[in-house]
Design a protein around this ligand. Structure first.
Ligand SMILES: [Zn+2]
Length: 400
C-alpha cells in the first residue's frame, strides 16, 4: 500500500526535504540550499540567496515572473528550520520520513512547516506543466531562524533593500493543522511582551516585621497581574464566540531572588509572559504596570525581554482583494474556513508590520495538531490534497 505513495514524485521530493536535519539549536542550512537549488533548476525558476543577518542564516527566494511584473507580487513564505527532537520518544526516526501502511509520513517538519514549503513548489510544478501564467510575479521564500523568533531571518529581511525590490503586495505563511473538517486561516497575531519586575525592598533579618519588603511588593504585583489574568479567563468563559487568540494571556513564568532562608532579600525578580490581544491599548497597559509599581511604594524597575509593537490585522473583508481571491478559491473547493487570530507567533507578523497583508494557512484538516511534538506526521493524501488546494489559491491571488 505504502508503495502507492512512495512512487509519487511530489511525495519523493517532500521526503527528501524532510530528511535534511535543519534542526535547532545549530541548524546547518547548506543541504537545504543544495536541495532548493536543484528544485529551482527542475522548475526552471531563477533563485536568489540573501543573507539579511549573517552567513549562517540564508533566505532563499525562487521567482516565477508574472505577465505584469510591475504589479505588486505574491510572497509564499515558509521556514526551513525545525525544533529539536527527543528521538527516544518517537516511534519512527525523526529525520527518516518513514511512511506507514496508512500513508502517514513521520518526520520533524511534516506539519511545521516543510510540508507547506514543498506544497508551494509542488503546486507551481503542476501549474507550470499545465501551461499556466499569472498576472503577478510569485516569489517563494525559504527563511531561516523562524523557530527562534526570526531574529536572523524574516525579522531583519523585511527591512532590507532586497526585500523591498521583491515588491510584495500579499503574503502567505504557515497556519496550523486542524483536527476537524474546518481549516483555520490566521489574519492577525497578538503582541508578545516578556515583562520583568525587578523589585527592591527593605532587607534585613527574617525575625522582624520590616516595612516595604520586596516580598510584600511582589505579592501586590503578582496579585494585580493575576487579577488581569482572571478577567481574561472570565471573558473567555462568558463568550463562547471567543477563542484564546482573542484575549490577552498572562502567565507568571519566572521568580528569582533571595539570599538565604532567614534573610529578607533586597531584591526579587518576577517575569510574566504576556500576549496582548488586538483590543489592548499598549500605552495604557504599560502605564498600568508603572502605576502598580508606584502604588506599592516604588523601588521597582521594569524591563522587557520582548516588547512587540501592535501590528494591524490583515483585513478579511471587501477592502482586501487578496482575501476575496483566497476566499473565492476555498469556497469553490468547498472548504470550510475559519478566520482566527494566531495564538503563538510566526513570521507573518514581520510581513504585516511593514504594511503587507498576510494570511497564515496550512492546508491540513482532519489531522491532529503535532507541531513541536513527538511523532509529528501528515498523511500523504492530506499532503497531496493540500497541493491541489494551493494550485487554486495561488492561481486566484496571483491573478488579482
Ligand atoms: Zn512554523
Amino acid at each position: 500500500m505504502a508503495s502507492k505513495w512512495e512512487s509519487d514524485e511530489e511525495i519523493q521530493y517532500f521526503r527528501e526535504y524532510l530528511r535534511i536535519p535543519s534542526v535547532h539549536p545549530n541548524p546547518d542550512y547548506e543541504p537545504c540550499l543544495d536541495f532548493l537549488k536543484r528544485q529551482a533548476k527542475q522548475l526552471e525558476l531563477p533563485l536568489e540567496v540573501y543573507y539579511p543577518a549573517n552567513e549562517q542564516n540564508p533566505v532563499v527566494v525562487l521567482t516565477w515572473e508574472g505577465l505584469e511584473p510591475e504589479l505588486p507580487s505574491i510572497l509564499l513564505n515558509s521556514h526551513m528550520d525545525v525544533v529539536p527532537v527527543f528521538p527516544e520518544n518517537w516511534t519512527h526516526p525523526p529525520f527518516g520520513a518513514d511512511i506507514d501502511e496508512e500513508g502517514r509520513i513521520f518526520a520533524r517538519g511534516t506539519q511545521d512547516m516543510k510540508c507547506v514549503g514543498m506544497q508551494y513548489l509542488a503546486a507551481l510544478r503542476a501549474l507550470k506543466r499545465n501551461g499556466a501564467r499569472f498576472k503577478r510575479t510569485i516569489h517563494i521564500s525559504f527563511v531561516a531562524d523562524e523557530e527562534m523568533g526570526g531574529r536572523h531571518g524574516m525579522r531583519p529581511f523585511v527591512h532590507t533593500e532586497d526585500f523591498r525590490k521583491l515588491n510584495v503586495g500579499f503574503g502567505m505563511d504557515e497556519g496550523l493543522a486542524s483536527p476537524s473538517e474546518e481549516f483555520p486561516v490566521f489574519y492577525a497575531e497578538r503582541s508578545v511582551w516578556r515583562v520583568y519586575f525587578h523589585i527592591s525592598g527593605t532587607a534585613g533579618h527574617g525575625s522582624l516585621l520590616l516595612p516595604n519588603t520586596a516580598g510584600e511588593k511582589l505579592n501586590y504585583i503578582v496579585g494585580k497581574m493575576m487579577g488581569f489574568r482572571k478577567l481574561q479567563v472570565q471573558r473567555l468563559q462568558n463568550n463562547p464566540e471567543l477563542v484564546i487568540g482573542d484575549v490577552t494571556t498572562i502567565n507568571l513564568t519566572r521568580v528569582d531572588g533571595g539570599v538565604q532562608s532567614n534573610v529578607v532579600p533586597p531584591l526579587l525578580t518576577v517575569c510574566f509572559d504576556c500576549r496582548l490581544a488586538l483590543d489592548v491599548d499598549h500605552q495604557e497597559f504599560e502605564a498600568n504596570l508603572h502605576k502598580w509599581c508606584d502604588d506599592v511604594g516604588g523601588g521597582i524597575e521594569i524591563t522587557y525581554e520582548q516588547k512587540q509593537p501592535r501590528v494591524l490585522p490583515t483585513a478579511i473583508d471587501d477592502s482586501n482583494p487578496f482575501w476575496l481571491a483566497f476566499k473565492e478559491a476555498t469556497d469553490e473547493l468547498g472548504l470550510s474556513i475559519k478566520p482566527e487570530i494566531f495564538t503563538g507567533g510566526t513570521d507573518s507578523r514581520y510581513i504585516r508590520q511593514v504594511g503587507i497583508p498576510a494570511l497564515g494557512f496550512s492546508p491540513m484538516n482532519n489531522t491532529p495538531v503535532l507541531l513541536h511534538d513527538h511523532d509529528e506526521f501528515i498523511t500523504a493524501d492530506t499532503y497531496l490534497r493540500g497541493v491541489q488546494i494551493y494550485q487554486k489559491i495561488i492561481s486566484n491571488v496571483a491573478n488579482v
